[in-house]
Design a protein around this ligand. Structure first.
Ligand code: NAD
Ligand code: IPM
Ligand code: MN
Length: 353
């Protein structure tokens, strides 16, 4: 029996999480394994209900379950709250409290969607890389931080153990994937913290003689990802650079609505699409649920050791795309579009009864 906590959150969060929960329930019924899914409020939705973005109950539930499924948080309604009370601060808190130091963000192009990318077909076809984004350190968490009338400040800091554990995971992943290549991305030409990052990654690399390690400055990396994404296999980088580079990767696959992620630590794990709450399309049943459904595939792989369920989800997504199902974000101009619930239903149909 697996216990999953779902925290739909704000904006399109509840819409895409509903689709992913339907997929989970379908697979559990079809294959006869038991899952319990418990929903908890989080983010703006929780603030409106309980006056707190992250209640003790929600946090405790996340610590007690086998995996957390998160939609997205944030939106205009809460963006003028004091910084430490914003929904985004609650997301950082939950990641930190659960010890989710590694955020795995795979960017894989589906053949059926090659024309949905804003880049040329030849550039994107065959792209398949994964970003290992450090998630509980760096400038997102460094002290001191703040602003007053005259200035604003943040601190980018990495400790040895923080670089070591994410680098080790990235090298291990490269060993399992075919190409055995890791690219570490930093800004070591300007930032001391990045020079430290680079030194530590190279120190850890000594244990992985079969892996080819490269270094790239983040500005060049942003350009190289759109110039020739196929050169990358495993990327390892810090919190802020990983956030930005993975949104760029989103457009290679056609839409931000396609990219799943797994946030993992030593004990807990949380699965979340990389996109946000998309307030511009919330409540319209038009958001793409694939990123969240593919995050469930990552849950089966990383938390439940059921890679065959993960493969089935990917095949069903591919089949739905191949038969022409397109939410608005991945449709060509003039092409017929389907809703969030229709896309979810098509994926479930392809999973088979
Ligand atoms: P966003 O990712 O929400 O949206 C960016 C653009 O992509 C929008 O045009 C949106 O409509 C589109 N988009 C995103 N997901 C989509 C999907 N599944 N289907 C179709 N289109 C999709 O980024 P933003 O607008 O900068 O941020 C909105 C809010 O979300 C902010 O409050 C931000 O802080 C928050 N946010 C939360 C998370 C998270 O919870 N993990 C991640 C990113 C942003
Ligand atoms: C993401 C988001 C978050 C981040 C925000 C909402 C805190 O952009 O998950 O990519 O920057 O990590
Ligand atoms: Mn982001």
């Amino acid at each position: 029996m697996y216990k999953i906590v779902s925290i739909p959150g704000d904006g399109i969060g509840p819409e895409v999480v509903a689709g992913a929960v339907d997929v989970l329930r379908h697979l559990s019924k079809k294959h006869g394994f038991e899952i319990v899914i418990e929903e908890h409020p989080f983010g703006g939705a929780s603030y409106d209900l309980h006056g707190s973005m992250l209640t003790d109950e929600t946090l405790a539930a996340c610590k007690e379950c086998d995996a957390v499924l998160l939609g997205a948080v944030g939106g205009p309604k809460w963006e003028n709250l004091p910084h430490e009370h914003k929904p985004e601060a609650a997301l950082l808190k939950i990641r930190r409290e659960l010890g989710l130091f590694a955020n795995l963000r795979p960017a894989k192009v589906y053949d059926a969607l090659i024309d949905a990318s804003s880049l040329k077909a030849d550039v994107v076809r065959g792209t398949d890389f994964i970003v290992f984004r450090e998630l509980t350190g760096g400038i997102y968490f460094g002290e001191p931080r703040g602003y007053d009338e005259g200035k604003g400040w943040n601190t980018m800091v990495y400790e040895k153990h923080e670089v070591e554990r994410i680098a080790r995971l990235a090298f291990e992943a490269a060993q399992k994937r075919g190409s055995k290549k890791v690219m570490s991305i930093d800004k070591a030409n300007v930032l001391e913290v990045s020079q430290f990052w680079r030194n530590e990654v190279h120190r850890v690399h000594r244990d992985f003689g079969d892996i080819e390690l490269g270094d790239m400055y983040v500005d060049n990396a942003a350009m190289q990802i759109v110039r020739n994404p196929k050169q990358f296999d495993v990327i390892v980088t810090g919190n802020l650079f990983g956030d930005i580079l993975s949104d760029i990767a989103g457009m290679i696959t056609g839409s931000l609505g396609m990219l799943p992620s797994a946030s993992i630590g030593r004990i807990h794990a949380m699965y979340e699409p990389i996109h946000g709450s998309a307030p511009d399309i919330a409540g319209k049943n038009i958001a793409n649920p694939i990123a969240t459904i593919a995050s469930v595939a990552m849950m089966f792989e990383h938390s439940f050791c059921m890679p065959e369920m993960s493969a089935q989800i990917h095949e069903a997504i591919e089949a739905a795309l191949a038969e022409g199902m397109r939410t608005a974000d991945i449709a060509a101009p003039g092409e017929k579009t389907v809703s969030t619930t229709e896309m979810t239903a098509a994926i479930i149909r392809h999973l088979g009864a």
